[in-house]
Design a binder for this molecule. Structure first.
Ligand SMILES: CC(C)[C@H](C(=O)O)[C@@H](O)C(=O)O
Ligand code: SF4
Length: 777
């Protein structure tokens, strides 16, 4: 079929955006895609800039790039801010922030630093500035880049090697994903938010439900949502395992974009609009998978376990493992309940918490803060709440909220009103939970240790988190006593009798779950660990480059868990490095080390601590979705540092899978039963396996072929066998990139200029973002 004929076939929204960005199709089937918008933050970029520098390369399109700091920065008031060196107390955090500042200066990249009102979480800032536009390709070294799909953009997270690739070439090497559509039919019931919707979806399809797919969210309930709500949904498509989430752009989208500082204007706006209106899935377009959900089935939803799919209606009870038949689901449930300190069958409404976090790239937009403030108005946080943080997603949102008086409502109610950043979403800054503390959080991940070592996170909407702060325990937001006027007397929160009953139950539960003395693995320990890493790191500063992979023979360490996320492979405190090496110690840190009676970290009996697996070069994992979650390339770096070169599992998180190849690691997908029957028993028996890449075979200790013709894309195989650097290969195709840019300049002229149209630096902005005159920026 000619490519013209192919284009006339009905296409999905994803296909259309993908096709419009193809720079070159390799005979092996992989594509080189042009990237319109590249967002950069301090955690995943230092090694990329370093690689660029070492290779003598430069940034191809600073005007298509926009940088900000978000993960590491303290959220304390910046009123007395003098300099980064005095403001950021944690040395490793400071180094990452300062390194980004140096890099943006060196490469002339538009940047929102700590004194700029526009600074904020990278996924809040892009849309807010009009940098994110419909139909564009958007990437960032961050898994929640999927957020920008709410505009009908193809937006996905990438690893640090890919960040380097985009900086150098403005392109990325991609395979086509599958098309999946999730239709939410009908209307949401009153009180139900986009967060409830997306948690419900993930519960239905599972955290691996979207693996290998780009999900288009459609249906009446989606069309009726605001842009903020659509962003929250696309944001969490990564938690459903998808490469990206997308929503067809419509009048609401155009209305949101119009007038933003970087949005096209005048004739360019009209040209853009005409194009954006062609961005929808054609009648008859083929979806590889369709899921239909009735909006009326969605209730206020909270999570109880350590995976976003562990979500239940607030009217429900903590699950009882005794009722679960599937052995691996049963054991996951038992482990999650133990970690979360929950008893089976406890009504969710009876769960008390210690801290509240309202923030993150999922739920820190103005609409979220308005919802939470409506709940907080006229009330006060309950006595058992030790801290309740409200962290706006950006300086601009903070300012807008203050203009509306939301900060006052929160402060009067006992909440802390903080400065913009990622904050307690993953606690790379000082905002963390202490061990065993329980938090009602509006963020997106409830992984073990995510908000601090041994922390317990429950995900929910901003309104539900605010109500939890007021009542001290979870509650059904549909029953909440809103005080719409502050003059109205405060309503009793719960009857005295009920409160007493809940408190007695909580005491009983606490006694039942009497825990060992809490090890404190907070900031101080993190700083210590980071110091150790720096001293381990190689001094030459070179990127580790790409090692050849041909054949590999080794014992294989067996792992049985499913959904092993990259937070578990390498926890957040190890991300504060500006090097790619020295991460061996951090690998599976929370599983490999625990405090002994004297508070000293000692090795556990985790498989990689047990001989001969201490020398294993292969991991055999029986559970699906290995490496899901965050895009941190530190996960394959740590595996490689430990000596692991190949991971065999039924499925992988997409970004982890990509990142592995970029570092000379070979991830192999095999059916679960093949792994369980043929490879796992040999791994447990400490026998050697051989991975033979040229022949795509796995052999047993006697040389017999156990797996023949395992799947690996030709291009990736070629690169691994020859130790080839992707960037070098792409730069050989620079003529195709030049040609694409010529066409882009005329066809998509409204994308030209990009971030370079920002006026910077800006210290004070007087108007709300929407409607501000360009000259004010
Ligand atoms: C630091 C970054 C790599 C990471 C991500 O990719 O998601 C972070 O934002 C997170 O939420 O865990
Ligand atoms: S998920 Fe959390 S840590 Fe990651 S970008 Fe969003 S706010 Fe930041």
């Amino acid at each position: 079929m000619s490519s013209e004929a192919a284009k006339k076939q009905p296409r999905t929204l994803y296909d259309k955006v993908f096709d419009a960005h193809v720079v070159h199709k390799d005979p092996s089937g992989s594509y080189l895609l042009y990237i319109d918008r590249h967002l950069v933050h301090e955690v995943t970029s230092p090694q990329a800039f370093e690689g660029l520098r070492n290779a003598g390369r430069t940034v191809r399109r600073p005007d298509c790039t926009l940088a900000t700091v978000d993960h590491n920065i303290p959220t304390d008031s910046r009123k007395n801010f003098k300099s980064i060196s005095t403001f950021i107390k944690q040395g490793d955090s400071r180094l990452q922030v300062e390194t980004l500042e140096q890099n943006v200066k060196r490469y002339n990249i538009p940047f929102f630093g700590m004194t700029d009102t526009r600074q904020g979480i990278v996924h809040i800032v892009g849309p807010e500035q009009g940098f994110t536009l419909p139909g564009t390709t958007v990437v960032c070294g961050d898994s929640h880049t999927s957020t920008h799909g709410a505009f009908g953009a193809l937006a996905f997270g990438i690893g640090t090697s890919e960040v380097e690739h985009v900086l150098a070439t403005q392109t990325i090497i991609q395979a086509r994903s599958k098309n999946m559509r999730i239709r939410i039919e009908g209307d949401l019931e009153p009180g139900i938010t986009s967060k409830d919707l997306v948690l419900h979806v993930i519960h239905v399809i599972g955290t691996a439900g979207g693996t290998g797919c780009v999900i288009e969210f459609a249906g009446k309930a989606i069309r009726n949502l605001s842009m903020e709500a659509r962003m929250s949904i696309c944001n969490m498509s990564i938690e459903a395992g998808a490469r990206a989430g997308m929503i067809q752009p419509d009048e609401r989208t155009f209305e949101y974009v119009k007038g933003r500082p970087l949005a096209p204007r005048g004739a360019e706006w009209e040209k853009a609009l005409a194009y954006w209106k062609t961005l929808y899935s054609d009648e008859g377009a083929k979806f590889d998978r369709e899921v239909v959900i009735q909006a009326k089935d969605i209730t206020p939803t909270v999570t109880w376990g350590n995976s976003p799919q562990d979500a239940l209606p607030i009217t429900g009870k903590v699950p009882d493992p005794a009722t679960i038949e599937d052995p691996s689901a049963k054991s996951s449930c038992i482990a999650a309940l133990e970690y979360m300190g929950l008893k089976p069958n406890t009504p969710l409404k009876d769960i008390y918490v210690d801290k509240i976090f309202i923030g993150s790239c999922t739920n820190s937009r103005i609409e979220d803060l308005r919802e939470a403030a409506r709940v907080a108005r006229g009330h006060h946080i309950a006595k058992n709440i030790k801290r309740a943080l409200v962290v706006p997603g950006s300086g601009a949102i903070k300012k807008e909220a203050e203009e509306e008086g939301l900060d006052k409502i929160f402060k009067d109610a006992g909440f802390e009103w903080r400065e913009a950043g990622c904050s307690m979403c993953l606690g790379m800054n000082p905002d963390i939970l202490d061990p065993y503390e329980r938090c009602a959080s509006t963020s997106n991940r409830n992984f073990r240790g995510r908000q601090g070592a041994l922390s317990r996170t429950h995900l929910m909407s901003p309104a539900m988190a605010a109500a939890t702060a007021i009542l001290g325990h979870f509650s059904d937001i549909r029953d909440f006593d809103y005080i719409d006027s502050v003059d109205k007397p405060k309503l009793p929160l719960s009857s005295a009798e009920e409160l007493e009953r809940l408190q007695i139950e909580k005491r009983e539960l606490d006694e039942d779950l009497a825990e060992p003395a809490a090890p404190h693995d907070g900031v101080d320990d993190n700083a210590k660990v980071a110091e150790e890493i720096s001293s381990e790191q190689s001094k030459d500063g070179k990127s580790s480059g790409m090692e050849k992979f041909v054949t590999l023979t080794s014992v294989a360490a067996p792992l049985t868990k499913e959904n092993i996320d990259t937070d578990a492979i390498i926890p957040k405190q190890f991300l504060k490095t500006i090097k790619r090496t020295g991460l061996r110690k951090g690998l599976f840190y929370e599983s490999r080390f625990a405090k002994d009676a004297n508070g000293k970290m000692v090795p556990t009996d985790f498989v990689l601590n047990v001989d001969p697996y201490t020398h294993a070069k292969i991991l055999v994992v029986t559970g699906k979705n290995f490496g899901c979650g965050s895009s941190r390339e530190h996960a394959p770096w740590a595996l490689k540092d430990f000596g692991i070169r190949s991971i065999i599992a039924p499925s992988f998180g997409d970004i982890f899978y990509n990142n592995s190849f970029k570092n000379g690691l070979l991830p192999i997908r095999l059916p679960q039963e093949v792994i369980e029957k043929k490879l796992y028993p040999l791994a447990v028996a400490k026998k050697e396996l051989t991975v033979d890449l040229p022949n795509q075979q796995i052999k047993g200790p006697d040389g017999s072929v156990l797996v023949d013709n395992f799947d690996v894309e030709d291009f990736r195989k070629h690169c691994l066998l020859n130790g080839l650097d992707d960037i070098g290969i792409t730069l050989q195709k620079v003529k195709f990139i030049d040609d694409y840019e010529k066409i882009r300049k005329s066809k998509f002229s409204f994308l030209e200029g990009g971030s370079k149209r920002l006026i910077s630096p800006v210290r004070e902005v007087n108007k709300s973002i929407h409607g501000a005159k360009e000259s004010e920026w």
